[in-house]
Each structure stands twice: as C-alpha cells, then as structure tokens.
Ligand binder design. Structure first.
Ligand code: NIG
Ligand code: FE
Length: 412
C-alpha cells in the first residue's frame, strides 16, 4: 500500500539521517523542503524530496497537498490524560482568588483527583481517557506519554496503569507509561512520609513490574511534596526494575533537585518554571532533556519556563502539554507551540523542534517518530492551505490542521 503526497508547499523537519535531539543554536534550524513529495509505504516514510526529482512511482494513491505544509505529528512527552472527572470548581475558586497551593492545602488538588479516581471503575476510567486521547490525536499528536499518579493507593495506581496498557493495545500511536505513585502524600501519610514511600517501593513497584505496566518512573519533586532525598529513594528503588526517571521538578521552587535527577540519568526533567544557574550547569553535558509545559503556566498563572536562558546556554529543550485536570485541562500541542513562541520567545523553528524531535527524545521514541526520516512511522500532519509554517503559531486560536496521518492512515 503506497500513498504519494505531491506538491507539498513546505515539508518540515526533514532529517536525512536520524538524529536523537537538537540543542542550543541547532534548534534555530528547522530543515525543510519547498515544493516537495513524500512517499508512504506500509505505514512508514519511504521517500521524500523535491517535486522536480520525484520518481515515477506506480500503483500509488495520490494526495495533492498544494498550498499545504506537512510536518511530523506532535509528540507529547508529558501528560496525565488518564484521570476521573474534572476539577472545574477549583478553576472557579482560583478565579475568585485562591492559589493552587491554598486549594491543595484544603484537600483539593491532586488528592481531590485521587478520591474521584478511586471511586471510578476501570472501564469508566478507560472510556473517559479514550475520549481525551481521540481528541489530542485529532489535534495532531502522534505519540504520547501518560502518567499514573491519581491513584495513590496500590489498587488505584494499578488501575491507572492498566488503563494506559489498554490504550497502548488499542491505539496505533506510540504510548509510554510512567509510574507516578509519588505525586502527593495521601492524607493518612501526611505525617509519615517514609511509610508511603515504603508502600511505593515494597508494594507498588513489584506489582507494576510483575505486570510490566510502566516504562518510566516519575515523582513530584517540590517543596511540600517529595524532597530530593525522598525522590532519590524512589528513583534508586525503580532502577532495579529498569525504570528510567522522568521527574516533575522546579515548578514552584528550586531545591537542587535537577542535579540529583541528572546524576541518576533522568531521561527528562519537566516543568522548570524556576531555573537557577546551578540547574543550568547541572544539565550541561548531560543526557537529560529539559521539558517546558507552557499551557500549565498559562492556566495557573505561574512564570513560563525561561526557554531563552536554557537554549542560549547550549541546552536542548522539549515542549509538552501536561494535560491534567488541575493545572492544564488541555492537550492541544498547537497551543503549546504557539504559546512557546508568544510567551517564551522561542522562534517557530525552535518551538517545532522542541515539539517533535526533542519531544520524541524526552519519551524515548526518537528512533520511530519526531522527524521526516526514511523508515520512521508515517505519522504526519497535513495543514490546511496556509502562507507558511509561521502561520501555525501566529494564528494561535485557529485550527489549521486538515488531516492527521497515523501509520500512513488518514484519520481525520
Ligand atoms: O504537572 N505538578 C504536579 N502535577 C501536575 C498537576 C497535578 C494536579 O494538579 O492534578 C502538573 O502540573
Ligand atoms: Fe505533570
């Protein structure tokens, strides 16, 4: 089965040889081919180039992409899309003056979602999550990481991870599961942190490993949540099961967590709304990808990750949504890319690199998605007719996507 896209106005993120990520100044370059063709065969990218060099392929389904931009689907390396219900009341409470912290201290926040999740059946949870996944795929996301962390009990965490496993089985896009048992301390462990960490290490981790339910481990490393020492215990215990860390850190405060994450070979450190010079230094010459979540900053009115400081220090940067009921009830990567340009002063080239190839690195899938490279999955976005790819962040509120192609299949 062959499909040939012809007359593509701009084919973006073209990498002849596969790369893992782009850092610093390299992020300013987004390789593209004007007036291009793209051949898809058996769900994979088989060939591409300039129209004038397009071979005479036979037995192809032809798709005329005149006026349209084609790019790899977005990769969303940080989400919590498996959750129960919503936190609309907290949203209104924040409008009326309460802070995220004040709401959490009143038993709202993560504990509120955990209560709802533990009262929801696995089937119902799957149905709610599936709806969100369908929506983000239609918005151009072609690979997604999903975290647990709203169970906070052995059964609740297993339920979430089983839902993620089922999504993996039923969807054609790459999905990675991250165990986030260390998202918050349940009320009964408020004054006995080590007992909850024992539960994570002695009960949750072995069961999760036995059912092969997780690819990565996460923790909310933050003042009032998990300390550097507590997070380190969890990371070290997870290593035994082959789970690499991807850690929530520096969302509200900088407490030297990034250095510890880098020392433990974290695949990514996510949030980073607050970044010190020591954090930058720790990330230099490391394999850890910093990940910014601008729609979280937007929604709860906290600072944006200092992208310029990070990129200008020669580091890579990835972008993700953080789709969750509390701080980011949106999984729209188009909005993330636009907001990164508008609020974080990332150039469109940097933002698109951050949301494709670097994002793929941040969830360990850069060998299969994230660029237009022969042999990679044919997961691509075809835009509506537009002036140039600059229009994507410029018209931040418009839906400029015409079709989303997953494994060579035209979904939307
Ligand atoms: O990434 N910061 C920690 N976790 C989530 C929010 C959790 C919630 O409020 O439900 C985040 O923003
Ligand atoms: Fe998050």
């Amino acid at each position: 089965m062959k499909t040939l896209l012809i007359n593509i106005k701009e084919l973006l993120q073209v990498r002849e040889t596969a790369i893992e990520k782009v850092s610093g100044n390299e992020m300013k370059t987004l390789p593209k081919i004007d007036n291009a063709f793209l051949l898809i065969e058996n769900g994979k990218i088989a060939d591409f180039g300039k129209m004038e060099n397009c071979p005479n392929y036979e037995n192809c389904e032809l798709v005329d992409a005149t006026g349209r931009v084609v790019l790899p689907t977005w990769v969303d390396s940080h989400t919590h899309i498996v959750y129960a219900g919503n936190r609309i009341q907290e949203f209104v409470d924040r409008i009326n003056g309460l802070s995220y912290e004040e709401i959490a201290n009143r038993g709202g926040g993560i504990l509120n979602s955990a209560k709802k999740l533990n009262e929801t059946s696995e089937t119902d949870l799957y149905e709610q999550s599936k709806k969100r996944l369908d929506e983000v795929i239609a918005q151009g996301t072609g690979a997604v990481e999903i975290k647990s962390g709203y169970g906070l009990t052995v059964e609740g965490e297993l339920k979430m991870l089983r839902v993620i496993k089922k999504l993996k089985e039923n969807y054609a896009i790459p999905i990675k599961a991250t165990f986030l048992g260390a998202h918050a301390f349940p009320t009964e462990f408020k004054n006995n942190h080590s007992a909850y960490i024992d539960l994570i290490i002695n009960e949750m981790l072995p069961k999760i490993a036995a059912e092969n339910l997780a690819d990565y481990v996460d923790a909310f490393l933050e003042t009032g949540y998990f300390s550097v020492t507590e997070t380190k215990r969890i990371i070290e215990a997870s290593k035994k099961y082959g789970l690499q860390p991807k850690i929530h850190v520096n969302q509200f405060t900088a407490i030297n967590g990034i250095k510890m994450c880098v020392e433990h070979n974290a695949l990514s450190v996510d949030h980073l709304e607050v970044v010190t010079d020591d954090d930058i230094e720790a990330l230099q010459n490391s394999n850890t990808m910093p990940v910014a979540l601008p729609s979280c900053s937007y929604f709860i009115s906290i600072p944006y990750t200092p992208a310029r400081k990070i990129i200008d220090a020669g580091l890579p940067l990835a972008l993700a949504t953080d789709y969750n009921p509390g701080t980011t009830p949106s999984g729209n990567m188009n909005f993330v890319v636009a907001t990164a340009c508008i609020k974080m002063k990332m150039t469109p080239e940097e933002a698109i690199n951050a949301a494709t190839i670097n994002a793929a690195y941040a969830m360990g899938v850069s060998n299969t998605v994230g660029s237009i490279t022969k042999g990679k999955k044919a997961n691509v976005i075809i835009t509506k007719p537009i002036h140039s790819y600059y229009q994507l962040p410029y018209e931040f509120g418009s839906n400029l996507i015409e079709k989303v192609v997953i494994n060579g299949k035209f979904n939307v």
